[in-house]
Ligand binder design. Structure first.
Ligand code: PMP
Length: 426
């Protein structure tokens, strides 16, 4: 079957808007570790996928999944030791008072539930987000989304505040000033909600600002905003759907870098290494008080299979020391990418931490004119050269580099050498 016949069949049943990567869509049939194989047997180095975070088809995760699926899988209203043991192990990785968890199947559901809890606890409705955010596909989240088109209008109850970015800061503006400016804008957003008679319920931000393009952040700007939302009676929801599970190589959770304990942390993508497992972690007090007022039930969220998979993912992170690997290999990639920037003028900025990098491409380093068309060519040419990457940002000019956490130094060198080759022929 050719790519074009499968594409035609897909369009007929999924619609032609159903999103696909690459100018010529990729038909993958197998994965193993950091490698993906297409229908023709061509092998690709995966420098994009964070969902199969402990590696594609990791044998320990596959065994846990299939063993449990062969034994029992049922909805979540029976006693099951697996989910309790997993919840105990997961919550033990969070600081006080984050000691309880609710399970869902997707990051969207987790953020939707977090908003419901924040609205219940605060008695408010207003939400403050970033000006280029994506937190999920439910109606409430679509109403606060700024990064993707949605038919729902941006909510009257929502305020979008730009995230500070040192790379785009005006000359002479210090990191401290940027952090202060952000706090002032959050204070302004709170005041503007109140002026419209809307009580703030939550500050909802991704702790890495992944969809925003991993901006170069000033230190200590999140805690100021968190203090302001709490003063206004709202909660801080930390979206860790992309930042969590050791991605940053510094901590298991992205919010730890901001030195602030959120009221609610939402989790997803890498949590089940591809199995639909997501959820939120908060205080037992908050979860119980919400639960007394709302009967929340999720048929599949936290099933016996989901629990077995989640536990196996934590085993691999620990046994294979993936936090340390993300740190070490990430540092190597970072150094090599910075060297590449000395050679190729199109690289305006290299940033990121652990195994998550953004490379901002510009036509001119002084004006920082976005090189969006070039980014598209690079992403497609990298694929032809056997390396999978993607791009993000309002101008689509930021390369998004985010391999599985089992990425090795040799993988890193192959990736950077290929990028060097592709940039040299641009
Ligand atoms: N939060 C963030 C930061 C995300 O990037 C995404 C998905 N891209 C989501 C939430 C939604 O997760 P899901 O697709 O599992 O619903």
């Amino acid at each position: 079957m050719t790519v074009s016949t499968l594409l035609q069949r897909r369009h007929k049943v999924l619609g032609d808007q159903s999103p696909l990567f690459y100018d010529e869509p990729l038909h993958l049939v197998r994965g193993e570790g950091v490698w993906l194989y297409d229908i023709n047997g061509k092998r690709y180095l995966d420098v994009y996928n964070n969902v199969p975070s402990v590696g594609h088809c990791h044998p320990h995760v596959v065994a846990a999944l299939s063993n449990q699926a062969a034994k029992l899988n049922i909805h979540t209203r029976y006693l099951d030791e697996g989910i309790v043991a997993y919840a105990e192990r997961l919550t033990a990785t969070f600081a006080d008072p984050l000691d309880a968890v609710m399970f869902t199947c997707t990051g969207s559901e987790a953020n939707e539930l977090a908003l419901r809890i924040a609205r219940f606890a605060s008695g408010g409705h207003g939400v403050i987000v970033s000006d280029y955010n994506y937190h999920g596909n439910s109606t409430s989240l679509a109403e606060v989304t700024t990064a993707l088109p949605a038919p729902e209008p941006f909510g009257r109850h929502a305020r979008a505040v730009p995230i500070p970015n040192l790379y785009h800061a005006k000359q002479g503006v210090s990191a401290d000033q940027l952090a202060e400016e952000y706090a002032a804008k959050v204070a302004g957003a709170i005041a503007s909600l109140k002026a419209d008679g809307i009580k703030p319920a939550a500050l909802l931000i991704d702790t890495l600002f992944a969809n925003e393009g991993l901006p170069r952040l000033p230190a200590g700007f999140v805690d100021k905003a968190v203090a302001l939302i709490r003063e206004a009676g709202g909660l801080f929801i930390a979206d860790e759907v992309q930042a969590g599970f050791a991605r940053t190589g510094e901590h298991l959770w992205g919010h730890q870098a901001h030195k602030v304990v959120p009221d609610i942390v939402t989790l997803g993508k890498p949590m089940g290494n591809g199995h639909p497992l997501a959820g939120l972690v908060s205080s037992r007090e908050l979860i119980e008080s919400f639960g007394r007022n709302a009967m929340y039930f999720n048929t599949f969220g936290g099933s016996p299979v989901a629990a077995a998979v989640g536990m196996a993912v934590l085993d691999v992170i620990e046994n294979e020391q993936l936090l340390a690997n993300a740190h070490q290999v990430g540092a190597h990639v970072h150094t090599r990418l910075q060297k590449l920037a000395e050679k190729h003028a199109i690289i305006g900025d290299v940033r990121g931490k652990g195994l998550f990098f953004a490379m901002e491409l510009v036509r001119d380093r002084a004006s920082k004119e976005p090189a969006g068309a070039e980014a598209r060519i690079i992403v497609n040419t990298m694929r032809e050269n056997g390396v999978l990457i993607s791009k993000i940002g309002p101008a689509d000019n930021i390369l998004k580099l985010r391999p599985p956490l089992v990425f090795s130094i040799a993988n890193a060198d192959l990736f950077v050498d290929t990028l060097d080759h592709v940039l040299s022929r641009l």
